[in-house]
Design a protein around this ligand. Structure first.
Ligand SMILES: CC(C)(COP(=O)(O)OP(=O)(O)OC[C@H]1O[C@@H](n2cnc3c(N)ncnc32)[C@H](O)[C@@H]1OP(=O)(O)O)[C@@H](O)C(=O)NCCC(=O)NCCS
Length: 168
């Protein structure tokens, strides 16, 4: 019998399994400390199969300078357990995160990724890092892997969330 996989908001007890999942994909994800995950657990979703966490995704609101003219939210720390990949779970988790984020009515959702083809299938379009620089500044400043965002091979992508309401 195929076991059902449920997606739900993460709770504090999920922080350690999320930490392990992110560590297991260290080649394609920025590391996160357990403390950071605990403090931001309200911005995480998990996919559960029985008692096992088999996928996770997080988001963070990006900074705005001055008035909120182009509010943007970044999707990050998306990972599916190896054995569950290729079955639509990544798509389900990102869609669930988009539904959560849409509540805030941002103008766009951003992702920095090594797997642009996956996000392109979900409607994201490649965008320039220059355009997002003030928003990505903090993450890039603290990056220990690449000298600058322009030598970093991650691709910046954007999903427009503009509606008549956000255009006002
Ligand atoms: C990338 C990742 C999240 C995809 O999860 P997944 O559950 O295997 O993806 P899905 O099965 O939902 O795939 C959805 C679609 O994307 C495609 N796809 C999946 N992984 C892909 C990849 N690495 N490159 C290109 N396309 C990909 C699938 O073929 C599918 O296409 P379709 O809708 O035309 O059938 C998963 O491989 C993973 O955890 N990778 C390691 C961590 C990582 O790279 N995270 C993203 C960094 S931001």
């Amino acid at each position: 019998m195929t076991q059902e996989i449920n997606i739900r908001a993460a709770g504090f007890e999920d922080a350690a399994p999320i930490f392990s999942l992110i560590q297991s994909a260290a080649d394609c994800l920025l590391p996160r400390s357990l403390g950071d995950l605990i403090q931001n657990i309200d911005r995480c979703l998990v996919a559960r199969k029985e008692q096992l966490i088999v996928g996770t995704v997080s988001w963070q609101i990006l900074p705005e300078i001055g008035r909120c003219s182009n509010p943007a939210v970044e999707i990050k720390s998306l990972v599916i357990r190896d054995s569950e990949r290729g079955r639509g779970l990544g798509r389900r988790l990102v869609s669930a995160a988009i539904d959560r984020i849409a509540v805030f009515r941002p103008c766009e959702i951003i992702v920095l990724t090594f797997t642009p083809d996956f996000f392109a299938r979900l409607g994201f379009k490649v965008t320039s890092k220059e355009r997002l620089m003030h928003k990505l500044y903090m993450g890039c400043m603290n990056c220990t892997r690449f000298e600058s965002p322009f030598t970093c091979p991650e691709v910046a992508m954007s999903l427009s969330m503009e509606t008549d309401e956000t255009k006002k």
